[in-house]
Each structure stands twice: as C-alpha cells, then as structure tokens.
Ligand binder design. Sequence first.
Ligand code: CO
Ligand code: ZN
Length: 333
Amino acid sequence: MKQLLKTLTETFSPSGYEDEIRKVILNEVKLLADEVRVDALGNLIVRKKPTNGTKAPKKIMIAAHMDEIGVMVTHVDDNGFVRFTGIGGVYPRNLVGGHVRFANGVSGVIGLEPTSSPSDVPALNKMFVDVGATSKKNCPVKTGDVAGFERSFLDLGDRLVAKSMDDRIGCLVAIEALRELKSTPHDVYFVFTTQEEIGTHGAQTSAYGIDPDLGFSIDVTGWGDTPGQKDFDVALGKGPAIKIRDGGMLSDPRIVEWMIRTAEKAKIPYQREVLLGGTTDARAMQLVRGGVPVGCVSIPCRYVHTPAEMVDFNDVKNAVKLITAMLSNSVSI
Ligand code: CO
Ligand code: ZN
C-alpha cells in the first residue's frame, strides 16, 4: 500500500490535466472492476455490480478526486521569468523555496520579488518560476502551461508525507476498498473525479450521469493537533473522521448514522468532524438532479495544500476497513 501511495502522490496531475494519474489508477482497478469508463470531463468511473440475486440494489457513488493544486503560466517576462497564477487553493506562504514541474518535463524553482521586511510574504503576482531561462525566447514554457508541485514521498513509519495526499490518499483508500470488497448487495460506483480543487466540477457531472441513490466522498480534512491549532476536534491517528458538516455542506444525518453504526459494530476507531472551512466532492453530489443523501469519510491530514501533507497510516487502514464494511452490508436509507 505504501508503494502504491508513493506512486500515486508523485504523479503529476493538476486540475484539468489528470491524464497521468488516471492511467496509474486505471492500471490498479481494471482487474477488480466489473465495468470501467471515462466520461467527458475525464472522471474515471469504476463499477462493482451487486452480487447475483440481490433485490432492488441501491446505487452508491463514492468520489475521490484525482486532481491536485498547481500553477498556470500567465506570461513570461523579457528576462525569461515565468509569472503564474494558482490552480485551486494555492497560498503564497506555502510556495517559497518550492520546486515545480511542467507537463513537458521542465522543472523550475519559485522565486520572489524583494519585500520591505524579509519575513513578509508577497502575493502570487510578485512571485515567479525560474526555469533557468534568460529570455522570453529561450524559455521552454509559455502562457497557459501548467505545473504541479514537486516533492518526493516521505515514509516516517506511521506518519506519511507527500505533496498531494489531498486527495491521492482518498484514491488509495478507494482502490484498497475495491480490492477488499469481495461481494456487495449494492450497485457501487467508485469515481476518481477531476477538477475538485477548482470547484468540484468532475463530481458534479459524474453524479448527474450516475444518478446515485446515496453516496459519499473520501477526502482529507484538517487537523487540530499541532501547536497553535484551535477549534478543530480532529487529530492524526485517532481514526478516520466522519464528517457532520464542513464549510459547504451538512452531511445527511442518515449517512452519518450509517457510518457511525458500521464503525462501532466493526470496532473501527472514528472521530466526529465539524470543519468550518473547505468542502469536498460530496457537496456537488448532494445538489445534483433532485438531490442525493451524502456524507464524507475524511482522512485527517496536517499541512493541507502545502507540499508536505501528512497523514497517519493507521487512519488510512481504518478508513479502508470502514468503507469496505459499509459497502458489504445492506443499508436502508
Ligand atoms: Co484540496
Ligand atoms: Zn481534497
């Protein structure tokens, strides 16, 4: 599992440019699935059909996003410095000293214009990527090119660190749950979605296409257990978090109840999550067509949207167990 996580997190795939990661995931799931397709927005839809003889199976959609935050070139200046804007939630203070890699393989480092005090962080438009060019002419990237952040996977034992745990850890949990799911009374659709970081776009269209009876997302959430963190009752290593609300959604109480009941029955540790900011694919799924009851299984993650996002491996394994148990048994919602 750690080896697969290393591959998943080191793959390039900013929002809208998910080809590479889709290939990696497809390779893992194709032998486990009953049906695989890719829709117009690039969502990878992986179906596991109900076990023969099941009456009135429920269509359950599980979304984990494949895309990651990145940057896009706005222009290259006369001296070959690459100016950029963010794709998704890109914050200046997380970029200083960073490395990026463009789709064409070109790498660069992030530099910044001088500030009045060395401890100030400038806005994104006062930063640039230095790819080693000396003029606009010899610069190997152009306006509109896209880059992802570069950082190798770090295994600290129980704690694992990577640049795109958000949300490759959700992709890993979905893949492993599919692997563990021997039979199911449901019609299960695992969807590896695109363009979550720019506004849950892939989840919106794939949920419309699938028209599920219920569903949930698997995504990272924040953390409350490092110095100075306040008002967030989620810690690494205490189990997957069952989302009750976030900044964009109230989970359906019946879905929350289903998750808690399953965790308690299977003796899987879990945490109750009330997150004030941010949201997930579940928000988009909830609001398609006539509405869908949804929730979210969250993986507690420190330093979200930096190149060093950290999760606890036990939470990951327990999330796989929880989801496998949920999908293995019938549910009345
Ligand atoms: Co994110
Ligand atoms: Zn995410």
